[in-house]
Write a protein that binds this ligand. Structure first.
Ligand code: DAH
Length: 339
């Protein structure tokens, strides 16, 4: 048996010397040390040896086992090291090659302007509400006092999804949603995208942004509306900017007005920005129509409110001197990099 063991050891050493690869190493492990391996067989057969022989043979067998295990592991590690070395060599980075330039983005001018507007209103205690861009006709029009045959529908060329669902043409439906979901006092602004089937040109885009505002509480009057919007205008465009309210008509407010501000480019003298007028039309506003309050389950005998809405894109264009609205939507890096 001793000879048999020595022979196994000799064969194994020879096998290992033959310059083995990764798969062969595993084969050798199975051949000599595996459950059915040659050495294992011998260790299993130890029972048949005499009591004197057993310890000596056992000792040799274990030594050989240990020895083979070490050698096989070593050979395996050598192969792994060699593979790693090869991989590292093949993946050498040429540090003399110019790197790929990554452009780090930054906020879009529309977003920058909106952030300034949101900060001003939040400082005055307004919260920000959101509504869906795919909206029920009911919220976009009907509950805002614009029934199916109303002429105001003609002014807002609407993308219809079906008879009852539209792409919202204004952010005003968020007024309805907020009043349906919350009890007064309500003090919110709601910025977001709106859609109209207009052909795109320098001043029109089928997608644009509006910012809606709504305040509802007991005892809200037109002077609250004026005070709030004047405060906003001063914070946004400077202390010296003056405001002026002109009567107007919106179906969902009564009375309604449009607010103009003195041109922030020329201070009111008249220039290219205000087209010589000295004034810039900024927003629509008014006292929430009693029917609109009623539609949303708010008693107009108890509560009153004001609302306003403006196009954000025009604010952005005026702020940065951009003369074509399409640039805000084209994602042209040469344009966007300037902000
Ligand atoms: N939704 C109006 C529009 O798209 C803008 C507007 C005017 C909103 C007056 C209001 C408002 O909340 O009171 O033309």
């Amino acid at each position: 048996m001793k000879e048999k063991l020595e022979e196994i050891r000799k064969n194994a050493l020879e096998d290992l010397k033959k310059g083995v690869d990764k798969a062969e190493i595993e084969n050798l492990r199975v051949k000599y040390l595996g459950k059915k391996g040659e050495l294992t067989q011998i260790l299993r057969g130890m029972g048949s040896l005499s009591a004197e022989e057993r310890p000596a043979i056992g000792k040799i067998a274990n030594e050989i086992r240990q020895n083979l295990e070490n050698l096989i592991n070593e050979a395996g590690n050598k192969i792994k090291d060699a593979e790693k070395e090869k991989k590292l060599k093949s993946e050498v980075i040429d540090i003399s090659m110019p790197g790929k330039k990554r452009n780090i983005g930054h906020r879009h001018p529309t977003d920058l302007t909106l952030k300034a507007i949101e900060d001003i209103f939040m400082d005055m205690g307004f919260v920000i509400e959101e509504g869906p861009e795919v909206e029920y006709d009911k919220y976009n029009f009907e509950m805002l006092n614009i029934p199916k045959n109303h002429p105001a529908r003609g002014e807002q060329d609407t993308f219809y999804i079906n008879d009852n669902i539209v792409l919202r043409t204004q952010t005003s439906p968020v007024q309805v949603r907020t009043m349906l979901n919350q009890k007064p006092p309500i003090k919110m602004i709601s910025p977001g995208k709106v859609y109209r089937s207009d052909a795109a040109d320098a001043t029109h885009s089928p997608i644009f942004y509006q910012v809606e505002g709504l305040v509802v509480d007991k005892g809200i009057t037109f002077s609250d509306l004026k005070g709030t919007l004047e405060m906003y205008t001063k914070k946004m465009y400077g202390e010296n900017v003056k405001t002026k309210f002109r009567p107007h008509h919106f179906p969902f407010t009564e009375p309604s007005a449009e607010m103009d501000v003195t041109c922030f480019a020329c201070g009111g003298k008249g220039c290219k920005v205000c087209k010589g007028e000295g004034w810039i039309e900024l927003l629509g506003c008014g006292m929430v129509h009693p029917d609109v309050l009623r539609n949303a389950g708010i008693d107009p005998e108890v509560y009153s409110g004001f609302a306003f809405g403006f196009g954000l894109d025009r604010m952005v264009m005026l702020k940065y001197g951009i003369d074509d609205i399409r640039q805000l939507y084209e994602s042209d890096m040469r344009f966007l990099k300037q902000f």
